[in-house]
Design a protein around this ligand. Sequence first.
Ligand SMILES: *Cc1c(COP(=O)(O)O)cnc(C)c1O
Length: 458
Amino acid sequence: MTDLESLFAQAAAEAARFRSHLPERPVGVSADLDRVRAGLGGALNEEPADPAEVLAELIAGAEPGLVATAGPRYFGFVIGGSTSAAVAADIMTSAWDQNGFNVATSPAAAVAEEAAGGWLKELFGIPAGAAVGFVTGSQEANTVGLAAGRHSVLSRAGWDVQRRGLRESPRVRVVAGVERHATIDRSLRLLGLGDGEIDAVAADANGAMDMADLERVLATMSGEPIVVAVQSGNVNTGACDNLRAAAELTHAAGGWLHVDGAFGLWAAATPRLAHLVDGIELADSWGCDGHKWLNLPYDSAFVFCADPEATATAVSYTASYLTETRGAVPVPSDYILGSSRRARGFAAWAGMRQLGSRGIGDIIDRCCRLAERFGESLGAAGFDIANDVMLNQVLVGFGDDDRTDRVIAAVQADGACWMGGTTWHGRRLMRIAVSNWTTTEDDVDRSVAAIVRLASSV
Ligand SMILES: *Cc1c(COP(=O)(O)O)cnc(C)c1O
């Protein structure tokens, strides 16, 4: 073996070893940063080091600080794992080191995104003509979708926001639900629209937007440029806004509809749950993560926009040395906020190929059934299930806030599984998100047993 082959073989062997131990290693780790610093800290060496030694040192140093987020009993935040083909493709992505910027820097990267983007639109039922951008996360996807919306509604009002900015522009009215994700606010801050300017729409008990209230809010804004942000998949409850009603109301008011579907958009992939995103095709822009429920490695997300022209106008740029690169394939970076970047399409292509459309639907369906199993088992054990479990999220109360926080801390320290906490409607609750492709009924039952055991001793 050459030195390079043996270095990469060492990396592959360590990667496979880590992943084969994932199901049984303690899921969480205590944030003992001093221990991790002892392995990775210190001054930079002056002289070059041997790559194989560097790799061995990195693996040993990182080990005590690695969290088994890719394993089957990690239920914190909304974090998926990563399928085998997608990880292997990600290794190739690093080895190929293609710049995903455009067709000139990598025809393969551009076409992989074109192909995977087409598959995604078909899975979601998003119009085939929509632009697709491969972005870092739903934060970036929301920013692009809202930027395209800002451009479009102002353009219709006779204002070129690209040239003239917002200082003297007509006022853009931004409408979003009270239960929106916090990244929507950050996008609005970055776009100069101001998170304090949001007209907030009321939600029902499970966190879905109240469509009668949306109608009321929109009725106060006749004729103004309007951008509406709705959501598929509330981070606490999984609730999905009624996209059909939202699209009809928004378009009747002349507005632009953006859907933050970071994980909930995947309901479209399985017939049992597709009703949750009924009307999806009527929106103007959509954001969705690949690194959550599609189980792609970080970082991976998608933005779709029904009006490619508006999106490119809102977020693309040109430079003297770029004019000859606009060819038959859309310029992948016309629809995102980056230029030089990772070729994210390879892992997406391979991940979807491994699963197939049926396999993708099966993951979504299975995770939701496992969430129901959590709800039924923990409810039967006498704990309070605080949401309507209609997707992959479960909220659990263990008595008062203090007791619930102590149960969460005990579960996190125990290592059998990992769940986070949240505050929902003023109450502290355990938050369970089932998003991993390898989680089984046995994983749920083992986790429930650990929670029940720990709760009885708190
Ligand atoms: C996770 C999430 C986001 C942010 O996505 P990132 O991938 O972390 O940028 C936005 N909205 C919702 C509903 C989410 O669940």
